[in-house]
Design a protein around this ligand. Structure first.
Ligand SMILES: [Zn+2]
Length: 134
């Protein structure tokens, strides 16, 4: 039987991929391995976010994680849909938690805080780059 655990940078495996969903989606071993690798990378980047207060780095890591989330949706055979991303759970994110949690899966209902270093570039231009993600 294939190992479905998801490794994290601390080498403590706490989560396993959903065996029933894997069967339902008829995922092959190669796809499962890719999903595990992406979860590992995501956990690694989340750890980096926890350890930095550099706004530019937080923003870049947030974008990388969004890309990983889309890749995961594709590998699982889901539509690429940002409304299912739990972006508000990322470290240092200042976007509203409860309202966004209620809106998971609801199109165009995500609420971003302009002072969030993860989802808005906090530089002198104050340029809103979130539209590039949507
Ligand atoms: Zn945020």
């Amino acid at each position: 039987m294939i190992d479905l655990s998801i490794a994290n940078p601390d080498n403590i495996s706490m989560v396993e991929l959903n065996r029933k969903l894997i069967a339902e989606k008829n995922l092959n071993v190669l796809t499962i391995k890719k999903i595990q690798k992406l979860h590992f990378l995501k956990n690694k980047f989340i750890k980096k976010m926890e350890l930095t207060d550099n706004n530019r780095l937080l923003y870049i890591l947030g974008q990388i994680i969004t890309t990983i989330e889309f890749k995961l949706q594709a590998l699982w055979g889901f539509d690429l849909d940002i409304s299912y991303h739990k972006f508000f759970t990322l470290p240092k994110c200042k976007c509203p938690k409860l309202d966004n949690f209620d809106n998971v899966g609801v199109k165009n209902a995500q609420i971003f805080a302009t002072n969030c270093p993860v989802h808005f570039l906090q530089d002198e231009t104050k340029k809103n780059c979130i539209n590039k993600l949507l």
